[in-house]
Design a protein around this ligand. Structure first.
Ligand SMILES: [Zn+2]
Length: 169
């Protein structure tokens, strides 16, 4: 089942798949709801290692979360090492609230809302988990440089909403 460079359209979600059964990479863009039937993708996505980039996911509803959990469980049961990269804010929120949504998978980087103290820019910033692991576990997210003015950006919300997955595995 080689699916190099293929894009599937499932409801309001585009699923772009690259790689092979050894190392696969999938990008999710759009909205995850009942029309995405994410759980049915287990045989298509299963691999030795699978990286899921969800930066483009703008929305996920409760049925989408249920199917996401089934997808993760199915992949883990299959023996796939799942790495979540560049998780979008809606995905990060669910991963933190629902342990089953992240059971057995590695979270490499997450988008979280930051606010620039100097110019007021409000942006989803990508935070690599490994680089800031200790600080994030202490619920002390890093200060980041504003892409607009170079000023200091800080997290615009409660850190527990975004980083609980690190302390409650
Ligand atoms: Zn700024």
């Amino acid at each position: 089942m080689t699916t190099t460079g293929e894009t599937l359209v499932r409801g309001k979600l585009e699923v772009t798949i690259e790689g092979d059964a050894t190392m696969r990479r999938v990008s999710l863009v759009g909205r995850i709801d009942e029309s995405a039937h994410l759980d049915a993708l287990v045989p298509t996505l299963a691999a030795r290692e699978l990286v899921i980039d969800s930066a483009g996911v703008a929305f996920i509803n409760s049925i989408g979360v249920r199917d996401w959990i089934r997808l993760m469980r199915g992949l883990v049961d299959h023996g796939t090492k799942v790495v979540l990269e560049a998780c979008s804010e809606p995905i990060v929120s669910q991963l933190n609230m629902i342990p089953a949504a992240r059971a057995g998978v590695q979270i490499a980087s997450v988008h979280v809302p930051y606010l620039c103290d100097a110019c007021g820019l409000d942006a989803a910033m990508l935070v690599p988990v490994d680089a800031y692991g200790d600080a994030l576990r202490a619920m002390k997210p890093p200060t980041l440089r504003c892409p607009e003015c170079g000023g200091a950006m800080t997290l615009a919300d409660l850190p527990e909403r975004y980083f609980t997955f690190l302390v409650d595995p």
